[in-house]
Ligand binder design. Structure first.
Ligand SMILES: C[S@@+](CC[C@H](N)C(=O)[O-])C[C@H]1O[C@@H](n2cnc3c(N)ncnc32)[C@H](O)[C@@H]1O
Length: 256
């Protein structure tokens, strides 16, 4: 077999994207890296909390593997987050220095709005000798488009000259209105993450602009209770953190 690039080979520390929810959506490389690890690290939002990435990868983690929850608090303040990133990086570097093969699990892809990216940057800053590899994962955006298409709602993310912008949902109506206008002018498909509680005001704004039919609402993609629905079918209530919106305001002229 031909040799593939080395970034997928076992290193001291491997950051592993575990996909959006369904354990079947881990890559072969991810499953192999987890299986080869002595220490399985994963982010938690609070001491003692269940890590989402660890739940997703649970079928691939053996009882003999040591679990290492690392605190990545979801707070606004810079100082506690920076302290947590450096403390996570120090814990990971110490495991690697002790000769252990370590994976750090990450929900979705390991480079897209990912906790693992802060560990990566903190390691480069303070522990540059620690060898790190990254295994990409299936992002929730790609999984949402695929799940919708599999349910009879064809949702190609980008075609021909389309642009695709993946970003957090804006915090205010004015900013979202400007973004929608820009996306309309530039033939840009939008994937808005961190929709959650913002849906309560985002939905009325989309309705006002006649855009509900252009939007796909996706919640807990890959989980048994996943919801993929045209935005018009989702009431304007607060929604869980693991929800996102895909918005396509126009299609290319030449299509089947
Ligand atoms: C911090 S970002 C993590 C993105 C992740 N690294 C990825 O590649 O998909 C978290 C946001 O991604 C979206 N998200 C992640 N997983 C999801 C899922 N299973 N279903 C729906 N949205 C999800 C939500 O918008 C959530 O607020």
């Amino acid at each position: 077999m031909a040799e593939f690039p080395g970034e997928l080979a076992a290193a001291g520390l491997t950051l592993v994207g575990v996909g959006p929810g369904n354990p079947e959506l881990l890559t072969v490389a991810a499953v192999r890296a987890i299986g080869a690890a002595e220490v399985v690290a994963y982010p938690v939002a609070r001491e003692g909390a269940d890590g989402m990435a660890a739940r997703i990868a649970a079928p691939w983690i053996g009882p003999q593997q040591r679990r290492l929850p690392l605190l990545f608090p979801m707070v606004a303040g810079a100082e506690p987050r920076q302290a947590a990133w450096h403390s996570a990086a120090a814990a990971l570097a110490a495991e690697v220095a002790a000769g252990h093969a370590v994976v750090l699990l990450c929900e979705g892809d390991a480079s897209l709005y990912a906790s693992a990216s802060y560990a990566l940057l903190a390691l480069a800053e303070r522990h540059p000798a620690c060898p790190v590899a990254v295994i990409p994962g299936i992002t929730a955006v790609a999984a949402a488009a695929a799940a919708a298409s599999s349910q009879g709602l064809p949702w190609p993310l980008a075609l021909q000259q389309d642009a695709l912008l993946i970003r957090p949902t804006p915090d205010g109506a004015e900013e979202l209105a400007a973004l929608l206008q820009r996306a309309c002018g530039e033939g840009m498909v939008l994937a808005l993450l961190k929709l959650g509680h913002r849906w309560a005001w985002v939905r009325p704004l989309l309705a006002e602009r006649g855009l509900l039919d252009a939007c796909l609402f996706a919640q807990r993609v890959g989980w048994p209770d996943q919801l993929l629905a045209p935005a018009a079918e989702v009431p304007a209530d607060e929604q869980p953190y693991f929800s996102l919106l895909l918005i396509r305001q126009s299609w290319p002229a030449v299509l089947p």
